[in-house]
Design a protein around this ligand. Sequence first.
Ligand code: ATP
Length: 210
Amino acid sequence: MRQVAIFGGTFDPVHWGHLIVAETALYQVSLQQVLWVPSYNPPHKKAASFQHRLAMLQMAIADNPAFSISLVEQKRSGSSYAINTLIDLSEVYPNTRWYWIVGLDTFQTLPNWYRGQELAQLCDWLIAPRILNSKDITQSELICQQVEQQLAKQSTVIRWQLLHIPLIGLSSSLIRKFCRHGKSLRYLVPESVRSYIAAENLYANSGEEN
Ligand code: ATP
């Protein structure tokens, strides 16, 4: 059976944090492949065009043969929901053991996802520690256990493990903020992504505050 992980996100834009997380998952669990799934129409976010986000993602992962992009969310109309993504991908990739890569912030919200309980049991969860508000990293394990217990109360049993990565204080919102303030993106995103953002003049006036 193949072991494949889904890494869903807005990737607006993709940054080194995403890439380190995906690479760590690949080796920590002996995955054959990480499928990056850019959301087409993120339910809770206003994002740059799908074409721009996709172009940057393609450049960022180009040199890693174990990384590929799935356009499953583009093909489906309406909002992007994780459960539909997994169901659609399972049809394309039979005989696969599925993993789902998420940051701790995203994992915390799992009990509230659309058909979250059902989804929670269909794959193994690979959770990337992330600084949440001012909480200490040692709380990552505790937060995951709380999510597990919350789901258990709803008779949902999940399999999860933390990814062993250094804490990376990078986010797409930080990158967009740097753009608005005219700060350098060098060493925060792959060089190809940095050039693309500059050439397309992305995020300079993204309408966000600060
Ligand atoms: P934004 O700042 O716009 O909310 P983001 O940096 O969180 O974006 P997404 O594309 O929304 O990027 O993230 C995709 C997934 O990657 C999410 O599960 C998120 O938690 C995780 N992730 C992103 N950056 C990091 C990071 N630095 N460390 C750990 N996980 C991360």
